[in-house]
Each structure stands twice: as structure tokens, then as C-alpha cells.
Ligand binder design. Structure first.
Ligand code: 6R9
Length: 686
């Protein structure tokens, strides 16, 4: 970018009597009442292994119905899974054509917070909703559904007092603490749209997201802490707010207690204000299609997109995938150790689990703090049944050996999930054998911020795994592999192309906030009639799906999607940098690392600290997740005759695949020499 001015389980016999036995429910009757009718199984603690979808035949039957009798399939599930304040009149509208705007459960009225909190507080008030474990393992909190309702209502009343009304947008820049979850649910209660910004993002990134989302109010904490390292959240917020004229209120929660700047008239202490609030707050009656939240994700261009999700469709889809993919049964303790700043946290820490009345773990720390057994301590301590993490964390832990896992009683674990990037078979096997002791199901779940919930995934008890494959489509999902050049579907097995989806599913994004054209241009127009994922994919001889990686200019670093353009834009902010091109290369822990090729202005003198300055500028502009692995300062970049950087060549050089450079004829004058020099320089660097 040029510088600019600025394995199978026993089968289930469905029985309508005795309800599940659950630790956190005081009476059996309450447990039964808490479940939708179709969930009353004869589950006992002695036989927790039984699965909802207990065989391949069962999966195929349900899958078939979800496609061939889609309206009835989704109608039944929507009616039995959610509490409606007013029933919907039509199941689904629209299709994948740009003009065919997708909608679900049309005219239905509900409140997401009611579904996630109130209905469980009514039937199982003493059940634990949230288990919080702080960065310091000594710091913990358990919050029952009754307490959750109380806190969310107080929170909602506080937001109301501060002027928040339905459809307002609320910015949330918070550490992984219970207040963050209260904030999200309080917004849902009021019909306000939340926009959570990952607390590892820098001030410029935060600013851009707050401006784009039109936030007038933001919620933050004094400081966050991860792995013992303090993150000065309020300072970063102050910096961002200097250029957010719309924001008139900043609610601050005290978490670490160190001194912070205070702007009178704008800043308010959240905990102090909450004390004065009434714990009763009526619900707003929302339409199925009202937006629940937006979450920013990187695209091929520099500007992140506010992916916006609906209320009913999103909630139903996360609830259903949570139940089936993690084979959730009442009494299970679910630990998704992602951050709520990402979609995984939204869907599988907050909305999916709580909509099922589950107990969900909110984990503030990192896998290595204070040592590499932290995850397994967490699993042992809370008797976790489902554990969900990213391949990058597994790879990082593998390096430290098996002894960190072996000292822990992991007998409560049943399902182990991964998300964010393809998992290499070696890491898969380690997860299966060392963590799961070869008796847990592994679910490699493929999905995106845009899809709301799992799209391709094994189902415990039904779909056999092949390490590295996300296996089969979830109910209602119709994957199609297209030839990237012709756009024609590739039928049958043993095909390789780009992954698209033919039919809408309830959890599909509804718009890019404030820029609906972008939804059409990025996802629906590339292959008319299909939703385009941006991922390459193989369907193997058995009909299993294997994701081969992004086919656009986004780079998946440790499961986080970054736009090469974003990183390039950050690099050219350095006063000496004239041009930058950033590509991904295979990295043993991160999956993909960032290799940056930069050229400096002729009058700039490169010195020993230049690389560090460039690296720091990226950290400052985007955040530590985007820290470049390699920066190669070069006099020129390989370009076509028309002046376009040939990224294909840079990818090869970064990956040290220089004996297969391919066609060099597009290179401009002297290009061969440029490439030769780059290869030598890259070798020296790596
Ligand atoms: C949930 C999430 C989405 C992109 C997606 C793909 C990659 C996610 C994957 C996977 C292979 C898996 N991805 N899960 N690739 N196997 N199981 O990660 O959302 O941050 O939007 O990223 O991540 O490339 O397109 P998001």
C-alpha cells in the first residue's frame, strides 16, 4: 500500500420422564420445567455420554429434513427453543441474491435477554450462570441466574438513566469480567445494539470502530490484566475519545484500582452508579430482525466492517449449534476460553450457552499464566465438560510437553472444540490423546464472524472425525464448492475450489453496519446466488470438507483475521516508509505469521532501530496481535508493468518456497534482479 497523507456414543432412548440430574438446580422438577419439551431425556450422571445426535443416520435424517423441509424444521426448533413474546408469521424470507434480503421468523417478537436470563431465573434461580476466573486464579466469582437477572436489570437501568434507548449503539471496551457480560445483556434488554471492541486493540482502532458505529456512550474499565500484564484501558479510551465527538458518556468500572485520568461531566463510575439502581427493569419487545449487535472484522480493504446480527435468527442459531455441537446437557460446565471481543466469545461464551440455561466460564487469563497448566487447572477445578479453544493455543502448549496436562484430573471433559483456523493433524492428535485421553469428542468447528455460529463441524456421537477436517455441514447449511474462475459449482466429491453457501441460515449476518452495499459487494455479488466465505475448500472422496485457507487479502494470525491492507496502512504511518506489502507465511504456533516488505523514502536513513520503530507503529495502530514477525526493508518491490505489487511472489519468498516461483513474465523491467535480491535478503532474515 502506498503512503497516503495520512466416535460414536451409546444410542439414546428418548423418554419423557425423569428429567436430568443437575448439580446447580435445586429440584428435579425445576430442571424439567427449564427444558424445552423435546429435551427431556433420561440422562443420569452415570451415563452422561449419551448424545443428542447419536448416530450418522440420525444426523442424516435431521440434515435431510433441514434442507428439504426447511420451513417446518426451523419453525419447530424456533418454537421449542426460544420464548416468544409474539409468534412469528413466516419462517423465512429472501435468498442469496443481492436484492433478496434475508430475514427469519418474520414479525416475531422477543427479547434476547429474556431468553438468556429471565426464563432461567424463573425456573432455576440457583443454577450457576457464570463462573468467572480472573487472571489471578485466586480471584473467582460464581453468579447464579437469579443474581444475573438482578445485575443485568441494574445495569440496564443505569444505561437508561444515562440516556440509552432502543436502537442506540453502545461501545464496550472491557476486560473479561462479569460486568462485560452484564453490559451486553443489558443492551439486549433495552434493544440497544452493542459493539464490543477487543480490549487488545489500540486507540486508533478503537476510535475508528466507535466512530463507525455512531456510539454516544462507551463502557470501559480502569485497567485490564492478562497474564500479569496491565492493559491501560481507560487511558487508551481517553486517547480514542479525543477524536470521537459523538461520545458524551464514558462509564468506567474499577477493576485494577490504579489511578486514572478523569474527565468531569463525561466519565462516570459504573460500580458507584449501579449501587443506586433498582434491580427490576422491564424488557423492550423487539422484532426478530432488530439488530442485536455489531462486531468489527477485517476485510480485504483497510476499513473494518461492522458485521451486524439479528436478534431471533442469531440467538436461535447459536443456541442450536451450542446444544448439538457441544452436545450440551443440563449440568454441563462449558468453558470457551476465547475473549468476548471476538465472535467466538459472543456466540459461545454468552448467547449460545445462556440461551440453553447452561453454566458458562468467563476466563480472564491466558494459557501460559502462571504456567502452561492453567487451562487444565481450570478444567479440573470447575469440572468442565466442554472446552473450546484455538489451534494456536494447542500448538503453543504442545511445545511445553505433556507433563503440564498429566497432573490434572480431566475426567469431566467430554467434548473438546477448536475454532479460528485449520487445525494441523499433529495438534489435533495431541488434543485428542493428551488432553482428551482418547475418550472425548473433538469438534473442529468452521465458521466466521459473518455466519454467527458453526457452519461445518462434527457432531459428537454422529460424525466420525478426520484430523484437520471440519467434516460436515450443520443442519440447514448447504455448502457448495465453486470453481473460482468460472463460478460454476463443482459437483461430486474430490473437488477443490472456493467455499460458498447456497441457502440462508438463521445466524447469517444481516448487514454491514451503515454500509449495506459492502455486504452485497463482498459476500453476495462475487458469485451471484451464493454467500461467498472467502475461504478455499476441498471436498474429499468421502464428502468431508477441508478448509485450505483464505483466498482474499486477509491473513489469519493465531485465529485472528487481519487485513494485509490494515497492516500496510499502519506501516506507512512511519515517516520514512514509502510503501509496504504484507503477506502471510506458515508459522509453527500462530498458523500464519506476518512478513512485511517495506521500502523507505530515498532521503530517509535506515538505522539500527528502524525495524523496531516499524514494528512498534503497527502495535500502536492496530494492537499487539498484529505485531510483524519479519520486516524486510528493501529498495524496491516486485511489480507488474502496470505497477501492481505481485503478492504471489512475496508469499513464495516469505514461505521460502523459492524453487517454485512460477511465471515471472509479468514482472516489470529489472524485476528478476529485484526478486533475486529479495530471496537473498529474506534468507538472511529468517
Ligand atoms: C469463528 C471465527 C473466520 C475465518 C474463516 C476461516 C478461519 C475459522 C476455522 C477456520 C479452518 C476452522 N477459520 N474456523 N479455518 N478451520 N475450524 O474464527 O471467525 O474471526 O471471523 O474468522 O477463520 O478462514 O473464514 P473469524
Amino acid at each position: 500500500m502506498p503512503r497516503t497523507e495520512h466416535s460414536g456414543s451409546p444410542s439414546v432412548t428418548r423418554e419423557r420422564s425423569p428429567p436430568p440430574s443437575i448439580e446447580h438446580v435445586d429440584t428435579i422438577a425445576q430442571a424439567a420445567a427449564a427444558l424445552p419439551v423435546d429435551e427431556v431425556y433420561n440422562i443420569s450422571l452415570q451415563n452422561k455420554e449419551r448424545c443428542h445426535i447419536y448416530s450418522m443416520e440420525c444426523y442424516e435424517q435431521m440434515y435431510h429434513r433441514s434442507i428439504k423441509d426447511s420451513d417446518n424444521f426451523w419453525r419447530d426448533i424456533a418454537m421449542s427453543t426460544l420464548r416468544w413474546l409474539h409468534p412469528f408469521t413466516k419462517v423465512q424470507g429472501g435468498d442469496m441474491h443481492p436484492e433478496g434480503d434475508v430475514s427469519w421468523f418474520i414479525n416475531g417478537k422477543l427479547n434476547v435477554c429474556d431468553n438468556c436470563v429471565d426464563r432461567w431465573a424463573e425456573v432455576a434461580p440457583e443454577r450457576i450462570a457464570i463462573i468467572w476466573e480472573g487472571d489471578d486464579p485466586q480471584h473467582t466469582q460464581t453468579i447464579t441466574y437469579k443474581a444475573l437477572l438482578n445485575r443485568v436489570c441494574k445495569f440496564a437501568n443505569m444505561l437508561k438513566r444515562l440516556g440509552v434507548r432502543r436502537y442506540d449503539t453502545v461501545g464496550i471496551y472491557m476486560p473479561m469480567i462479569p460486568e462485560t457480560i452484564y453490559a451486553m445483556l443489558a443492551c439486549a434488554r433495552l434493544g440497544a445494539i452493542h459493539s464490543v471492541v477487543f480490549a487488545g486493540f489500540s486507540a486508533p482502532n478503537l476510535r475508528d470502530r466507535l466512530i463507525d458505529a455512531h456510539c454516544k456512550i462507551v463502557i470501559t474499565a480502569d485497567q485490564g490484566i492478562r497474564g500479569g500484564k496491565i492493559i491501560p484501558l481507560k487511558n487508551i479510551m481517553d486517547e480514542a475519545l479525543k477524536e470521537c465527538p459523538l461520545v458524551d458518556t464514558c462509564v468506567v468500572f474499577q477493576h485494577q484500582g490504579q489511578a486514572i485520568n478523569w474527565i468531569e461531566g463525561r466519565d462516570v463510575w459504573g460500580h458507584e452508579m449501579l449501587d443506586g439502581m433498582r434491580p427490576y427493569c422491564p424488557l423492550e419487545i423487539m422484532d426478530s430482525e432488530d439488530l442485536l449487535f455489531m462486531l468489527y472484522t477485517s476485510g480485504s480493504t483497510g476499513k473494518p466492517k461492522g458485521i451486524a446480527h439479528s436478534s431471533a435468527g442469531y440467538l436461535l442459531y447459536t443456541a442450536l449449534t451450542f446444544k448439538y455441537v457441544f452436545d450440551f446437557h443440563p449440568g454441563d460446565i462449558h468453558a470457551c476460553v476465547a475473549d468476548v471481543g471476538w465472535i467466538t466469545g459472543h456466540s459461545y461464551i454468552v448467547y449460545g450457552p445462556l440461551c440453553n440455561g447452561a453454566t458458562t466460564v468467563v476466563f480472564e487469563s491466558v494459557p501460559m499464566h502462571p504456567n502452561p497448566s492453567r487451562y487444565w487447572q481450570l478444567c479440573e477445578r470447575w469440572r468442565v465438560s466442554q472446552f473450546y479453544t484455538a489451534p494456536t493455543a494447542i500448538r503453543a502448549l504442545m511445545i511445553h510437553g505433556t507433563e503440564w496436562v498429566e497432573n490434572h484430573d480431566l475426567s469431566s471433559l467430554r467434548v473438546l472444540g477448536t475454532v479460528g483456523e485449520p487445525i494441523n493433524p499433529e495438534a489435533w492428535r495431541w488434543y485428542y490423546e493428551v488432553v482428551g485421553k482418547s475418550r472425548c469428542d473433538i469438534v473442529d468447528t468452521y465458521w466466521q464472524t459473518e455466519t454467527g455460529g458453526h457452519m461445518l463441524t462434527p457432531l459428537p456421537g454422529a460424525i466420525k472425525c478426520k484430523p484437520g477436517s471440519a467434516t460436515r455441514p450443520f443442519f440447514g447449511v448447504e455448502p457448495v464448492i465453486l470453481d473460482s474462475k468460472t463460478g460454476k459449482p463443482l459437483h461430486g466429491n474430490n473437488v477443490n475450489g472456493v467455499l460458498c453457501f447456497r441457502r440462508p441460515w438463521p445466524g447469517m449476518m444481516r448487514t454491514v453496519y451503515g454500509d449495506h452495499e459492502r455486504l452485497l459487494n463482498v459476500y453476495l455479488r462475487p458469485y451471484p446466488g451464493y454467500y461467498f466465505t472467502g475461504d478455499g475448500c476441498v471436498r474429499d472422496k468421502d464428502g468431508y470438507y477441508w478448509i485450505t485457507g483464505r483466498v482474499d487479502d486477509t491473513i489469519n494470525v493465531s485465529g485472528h483475521r487481519l487485513g494485509s491492507a490494515e497492516v500496510e496502512h499502519a506501516l506507512v504511518q512511519h515517516k520514512g516508509c514509502s510503501e509496504a506489502a504484507v503477506v502471510g507465511y506458515p508459522h509453527s504456533v500462530k498458523g500464519t505469521g506476518l512478513f512485511c516488505f517495506v521500502t523507505m523514502n530515498g532521503d530517509y536513513e535506515v538505522h539500527a532501530g528502524t525495524t523496531k520503530e516499524l514494528r512498534d507503529i503497527v502495535r500502536k495502530e492496530i494492537g499487539p496481535i498484529a505485531t510483524p514477525d519479519y520486516i524486510l526493508i528493501t529498495p524496491t518491490l516486485p511489480k507488474t508493468r502496470s505497477g501492481k505489487i505481485i503478492r504471489r511472489l512475496l508469499r513464495k519468498i516469505a514461505a521460502s518456497e523459492t524453487d517454485s516461483l512460477g511465471d515471472l513474465s509479468t514482472l516489470g523491467e529489472g524485476g528478476d534482479q529485484v526478486v533475486h535480491t529479495l530471496i537473498q535478503e529474506a534468507k538472511k532474515l529468517t
